[in-house]
Write a protein that binds this ligand. Structure first.
Ligand SMILES: *Cc1c(COP(=O)(O)O)cnc(C)c1O
Ligand code: SF4
Length: 329
């Protein structure tokens, strides 16, 4: 690849912070506030544009908490394990999860633009330096052979970490599948690396004949409070993409009525509808983020009295073997 073909977002991703001490220095925080052992288990990854939205000198910053490796992750807590979602049982072809009616989920890549400490994929064997090599032949053959698949969900990892040339291959194949009426992206990049939504990607979107949906992932209003994020979301909407948000309820990040109300209001102001609020998947290393179900239910009941109904996300949890995300109240 020649230098001129490397997009700005790819350069920004290459320059993302991977060293916990470097992150602390950028935020004027003292050295000791992180865990090298936790970083070895699941390395730190955070783009500069995301770090720019963190408050300096505040080790409780809700964005920092989502990415900074901590000793808390080393605690062994009963009930927290390596594959809490039981996804491995829904794999129907290489990189395809078919768990729910009419929708298949493609694991397009293992890479992400940020490493979220609470992620249930933190123990999965793929890594950012190990991209999926095949051109998804098996996955696409499975969809072709299943006429009741109406919606294809591109997930990962994060599908938008793939270069446009790779996405174009996928879109071209999906274009010729008449039963597929929707293409859905699950991506955190509009929030953590908004430069990804560039002219080249928007052009690709215009070439998709199906309806397009993007479920972004923001957990806190502060994540949306930046001009580049606002512009990326506006550009997606202008390209005809319907935008939803899923969040995870996280202790110390967004476990208050105020934080949830602010998030919903900010999402709507950016043209994004709140969709799911997930209870934490019980993955080993994330126990310190858990909010008890009774507390989550109380929080949502209060939120319902504060906000218009359309701004209240559905509180759900992932239950292995169930045919849908399970409503909690
Ligand atoms: C969450 C999920 C979906 C999408 O579920 P919706 O309720 O339609 O948002 C599809 N497939 C898998 C495997 C999932 O985990
Ligand atoms: S971006 Fe999504 S898949 Fe990637 S680490 Fe964060 S929560 Fe997990």
């Amino acid at each position: 690849m020649t230098a001129s073909k490397v997009a700005l977002w790819q350069r920004e991703l290459a320059a993302a912070v991977r060293d916990p001490q470097a992150l602390l220095r950028l935020l004027d925080l003292p050295d000791g506030n992180t865990s090298s052992k936790a970083a070895q288990q699941f390395r730190l990854l955070a783009p500069h544009s995301y770090i720019a939205r963190m408050k300096k000198g505040d080790c409780h910053d809700p964005l920092l908490r989502q990415v900074l490796p901590l000793d808390d992750e080393l605690q062994v807590v009963e009930g927290f394990n390596q594959d809490p979602v039981g996804d491995q049982h829904s794999v129907v072809a290489d990189g395809v999860l078919h768990k729910y009616h009419g929708r298949v989920l493609l694991v397009t890549t293992g890479a992400c633009a940020v490493h979220c400490r609470y992620c249930f994929r933190r123990h999965f064997p793929y890594s950012e330096s190990n991209p999926v090599k095949a051109e998804w032949e098996g996955a696409l053959a499975y969809i072709r052979a299943n006429p009741d698949v109406r919606e294809v969900i591109l997930s990962g990892g994060d599908p938008l970490t793939l270069a446009d040339e790779r996405l174009a291959v996928l879109f071209r194949q999906l274009r010729d599948m008449p039963q597929v009426t929707r293409v859905r992206f699950h991506s955190r990049l509009p929030v953590v690396l908004p430069s990804r939504i560039d002219a080249s990607f928007l052009q690709l979107l215009h070439e998709i004949p199906q309806q397009t949906v993007m479920v972004i992932h923001a957990n806190h209003a502060q994540e949306l409070d930046a001009d580049d994020v606002r512009q990326a979301l506006a550009a997606l909407r202008a390209a005809g993409v319907t935008l939803f948000n899923q969040a995870v309820l996280l202790r110390g990040v967004n476990d208050s009525v105020q934080a949830q109300a602010d998030l919903s209001e900010s999402l709507f102001a950016h043209g994004v509808m709140p969709y799911y609020l997930h209870l934490l998947d019980r993955v080993a290393g994330a126990a310190h983020f858990e909010v008890a179900e009774t507390e989550a239910v109380r929080l949502l009941e209060t939120l319902r009295k504060r906000l218009p109904g359309f701004l209240v996300p559905k509180l759900v949890r992932e239950v292995a073997g169930e045919k849908a995300k399970m409503p909690v109240l």
